[in-house]
Design a protein around this ligand. Structure first.
Ligand SMILES: Nc1ncnc2c1ncn2[C@@H]1O[C@H](COP(=O)(O)OP(=O)(O)OP(=O)(O)O)[C@@H](O)[C@H]1O
Ligand SMILES: [Mg+2]
Length: 481
């Protein structure tokens, strides 16, 4: 029997004596009763050196579920469920994972900075009289924490803070995340279940690690942001050609940090007031995304005519950007200064822990005010697939670490621009057996075709320049004559 058990027994003996005493107390005069009660409590305090704190599941007049109770529940389910012999099981995250927590009337031990303490779960059943045949019973659950009184300072502040913080973090990890989209000035959401992760994202490993470190540092930097007096937010600008993984990276960011996603379609927002309303409604631990910022907002203050812009792009790049045409810019009066106000303004401090991500295919077209440091803290270029990124894709798609054809592919990737999306398409299994060599040969063929196309295009350009130089010389000769 541990000293704590011994004292607990002693405590229950004294409590029983007090109960017997209470039975008879009505026969004693009030003053004497008070006197005896006070001294019996003191006596109990002398022989029972443990402190107990009770955390009820429901608190307040309106009986709201206590935040502390649910944080403790999460903390105990992950930290002590291996000790408890009787467990309760529950399913979270859309039937994906099973969470175990200790059953009623169980006790588990925990340790903090070398100090041992005990958590017990319990419930009181209160029977309420009812007219129906079955009496209505109300279960009031609670957790009771017991620790030695000499550790009072350690447990009351650092330990309980640790439990609450850890419990809330576990809750965030277990919750089902959401993808919000705005329909005018309202958000609607679906369950966010994108499988992209940083492991599956093909890019230079050094650059990838730098981004992951930056995100994790941000998510743990609440104290830093409070100390330096800044709103706890960070802006990312992702830029690069279509199909280089900008949207995929946003999904990977949300999965890494367990954040919700708010995909803000600026062209559907009527004006700055509506934009403010939408942004105030976003919750903390979220990523607010504005895709194709150059298309959503005209930087001179007027809305761009999307179709014209897309046509101009198609001329430049033979690949049509069909999805961009779907956006409708009619009727929106959101301005650049309106947007900047929301990024910098007071709202951005509400709730905290928010990432703001802009994506664009044309970084050079953006107003410098929009992307200056402090607004967009980190600029990330996602570019064409080089060999390091290809290796990531080959490992992911074909389970290949090396292959005889890698050398040839390496050389071609150095000479030819191809997007990771195109490479990934070639690495998709084309036969039931998923023959890797077949996929790699297909990729080589595509790379060679692209290389030849680029050579012909360059040749055409060169001829055009020569032609116009010749014409210019002719013109000059004519003028001289
Ligand atoms: N770096 C990458 N790693 C792994 N897969 C990628 C990568 N880039 C693109 N892909 C694949 O290509 C598809 C298109 O990529 P994604 O939508 O992320 O491109 P994007 O840069 O957002 O393009 P856009 O500018 O047109 O919006 C994705 O579904 C993904 O499977
Ligand atoms: Mg995209």
């Amino acid at each position: 029997m541990t000293p704590k058990d011994m004292f607990t027994h002693l405590g229950s003996i004294i409590a029983s004596l007090m109960f017997v005493w209470a039975m008879f107390q009505q026969y004693f005069p009030y003053q004497l009763r008070n006197y005896i009660e006070r001294y019996s409590q003191r006596l109990l305090g002398l022989v029972y050196p443990y402190i107990q704190i009770r955390f009820n599941e429901f608190t307040g007049e309106r009986l709201m579920r206590s935040e502390a109770y649910s944080a403790i529940e999460n903390y105990l389910s992950s930290n002590t469920s291996s000790q408890a012999k009787r467990l309760q099981a529950d399913i979270v995250k859309n039937s994906e994972s099973l969470v175990l927590s200790m059953d009623d009337q169980e006790e588990v031990a925990d340790e903090f900075e070398g100090v041992k303490l005990w958590w017990a779960s319990g419930k009181n059943i209160i029977k309420t009289p009812s007219l129906s045949f079955h009496p209505v019973s109300d279960e009031k659950r609670f957790y009771r924490l017991t620790f030695h009184k000499r550790h009072r300072d350690l447990i009351l502040r650092p330990y309980l803070n640790h439990v609450l913080k850890e419990g809330k973090a576990i809750k965030v990890r277990n919750r089902q995340r959401k993808l919000y989209t705005n329909n005018g000035s309202y958000w609607s959401h679906v369950v966010f279940e994108h499988p992209a992760t940083f492991q599956t994202l093909a890019m230079d490993p050094v650059k990838k690690k730098e981004i992951i470190d930056d995100l994790i540092t941000f998510s743990k930097a609440e104290d830093f942001y409070t100390r330096v007096g800044r709103a706890w937010k960070r802006g990312y600008l992702l830029y690069g050609p279509p199909g280089t993984g900008k949207s995929t990276m946003i999904a990977a960011m949300a999965n890494l940090l367990c954040y919700d996603l708010y995909d803000l379609e600026l062209t559907a927002v009527k004006d700055n007031t509506e934009l403010r309303k939408l942004l105030i409604e976003t919750s903390s631990k979220s990523i607010i995304v504005i895709e194709d910022i150059d298309c959503s907002l005209d930087l001179t203050g007027q809305r761009k005519k999307k179709k014209e812009k897309v046509e101009a792009e198609e001329e430049k790049d033979s690949k049509p950007k069909v999805e961009k045409e779907e956006k409708d810019t009619r009727g929106s009066q959101v301005t650049l200064s309106g947007l900047l106000n929301f990024i910098d303004g007071l709202w951005s401090a509400c709730g905290g822990e928010r990432l703001i991500v802009f994506t664009t295919n044309f970084v050079e077209k953006l107003d410098p005010a929009l992307i200056r440091k402090g607004r967009m803290d980190k600029h990330i270029e996602l570019s064409y697939c080089r060999f390091e990124a290809f290796k990531g894709l080959a490992k992911n798609y074909l389970y290949l670490e090396s292959h005889d054809l890698f050398l040839q592919i390496r050389k071609l990737l150095e000479e030819t621009d191809i997007t990771p999306a195109d490479v990934a398409e070639h690495l998709m299994p084309k036969t039931i057996s998923g023959d890797a060599t077949f996929c790699l040969e297909g990729l080589i063929q595509a790379l060679e075709t692209k290389k030849e196309e680029a050579r012909l295009k360059a040749e055409e350009e060169r001829q055009k320049i020569e032609q116009s130089a010749k014409e210019e010389a002719k013109e000059q000769d004519k003028n001289h004559d």
